[in-house]
Design a protein around this ligand. Structure first.
Ligand code: UT7
Length: 323
């Protein structure tokens, strides 16, 4: 018998405002055709004026609680992945705790940029397996629209806002890959790659700053490292691409998603793709894809899922779980 962190509920929130690619044609030398063919993105959601990461996270968390049939005080901990917390501190997670009306437990943020939700799931799993929490709300929430340079066509057309929340709870399994819940985790980072994807602001600068990216370089790392981390996580439990029901990748670029699926020998029919509607929502992209994939009837109980992501740091990783 082995303790497992199993999925109890999921939910998401997307801000109302939808911006189609064509809107960027008014202010930038770009085209719907370029954005679509280079990234697979067709539209994205942007937060309303004054709407924050914690606002969206609270809505996603409420949806996950409804899905699970739980109340806020049934949750022991909130682990929130974001690089765009409302303030330098306190954490967005404690704002969500207060917003949900949760009067017990603990909450903290995890910062691993686009890989944030993978790191947050790994943290939540460790809290559950070590007995420090029975139920953890894992959230990915971002307002990347606040850190865009609207004159940089190489980045501002790629990102979007949103939030997704997943509730994990302790259960007992047989200790085999047939168990429900998180089965394997692989985390990596390489701080030498800081200059290819970063924000040129923060506490040391006195400004919030804007996202800066060498797209081609990040692309090259992504294709290689994402398939490698997914392979590693599967190998740890004696599985391969053939065993996977759904690849739920970080939604940055359809070409990266296709290349990763191909390297895992997975047909695109077994990949959850939301990048066309959400753009790159950084740490929110995987829980958004999980929630949409479930709502569309694709992801079902018992399915084997591989999630993977890479982002600034570089930081990357993969979580294998059975839904
Ligand atoms: O979530 C974190 C991880 N991030 C990622 O995974 C993103 C990884 N990178 C990418 O997705 C791709 O590299 C991009 C979508 C950012 C760019 O695609 P690319 O095929 O690598 O294009 P490129 O950067 O090599 O640019 C090709 C051309 C350039 O023109 P020149 O130098 O060849 O004349 C760019 O200036 O396209 C130009 N370009 C644009 N043209 C029209 C760049 N952005 C745009 C634009 N509209 N928005």
């Amino acid at each position: 018998m082995e303790k497992r962190s199993v999925v109890r509920g999921i939910g998401h929130y997307l801000p109302e405002r939808v911006v189609e690619n064509a809107e960027f044609e008014k202010t930038l030398e770009t085209s719907d055709e370029w954005i679509r063919s280079r990234s697979g993105i067709e539209r994205r959601h942007f937060a309303a004026e004054g709407q924050t990461t914690s606002d969206m996270a609270i809505r996603a968390a409420r949806a996950a609680l409804d899905d699970a049939g739980l109340g806020p005080d049934d949750i022991d901990a909130i682990v929130l992945a974001t690089s765009t917390a409302d303030l330098t501190f306190p954490s967005a997670a404690t704002m969500v705790q207060a917003g949900l009306g949760m009067t017990r437990g603990f909450a903290f943020d995890v910062q691993a940029v686009c890989a944030g939700f993978i790191y947050a799931m790994a943290n939540a799993n460790a809290l559950i397996l070590s007995g420090q929490a029975e139920r953890v709300m894992v959230i990915g929430a971002e307002t990347f629209s606040r850190i865009m340079d609207w004159t940089d066509r190489g980045t501002c057309v790629l990102f979007g806002d949103g939030a997704g929340a997943l509730i994990l709870e302790a259960a007992t399994g047989a200790g085999t890959p047939a168990d429900r819940g998180i089965l394997s985790v692989d985390l990596n980072s390489d701080g030498r790659q800081r200059d290819i994807l970063y924000v040129d602001g923060g506490v040391s600068t006195g400004i919030t700053g804007h996202l800066r990216m060498q797209g081609k370089e990040v692309f090259r790392h992504a294709v290689e490292k994402l398939s490698q981390t997914a392979h590693t996580a599967l190998e740890k439990i004696g599985l391969s691409g053939q065993d996977v029901d759904w690849l739920v990748p970080h939604q940055a670029n359809l070409r990266i998603i296709k290349a990763t699926a191909q390297r895992l020998q997975l047909p695109m029919e077994r990949v959850i793709v939301t990048v066309q509607d959400h753009g790159n929502t950084s740490a929110a992209s995987i829980p958004l894809a999980l929630s949409v994939g479930k709502a569309q009837g694709h992801i079902k109980p018992g399915d084997l899922l591989v999630t993977e992501a890479i982002g600034g740091g570089l930081a990357w990783g993969s979580v294998v779980l059975r839904w």
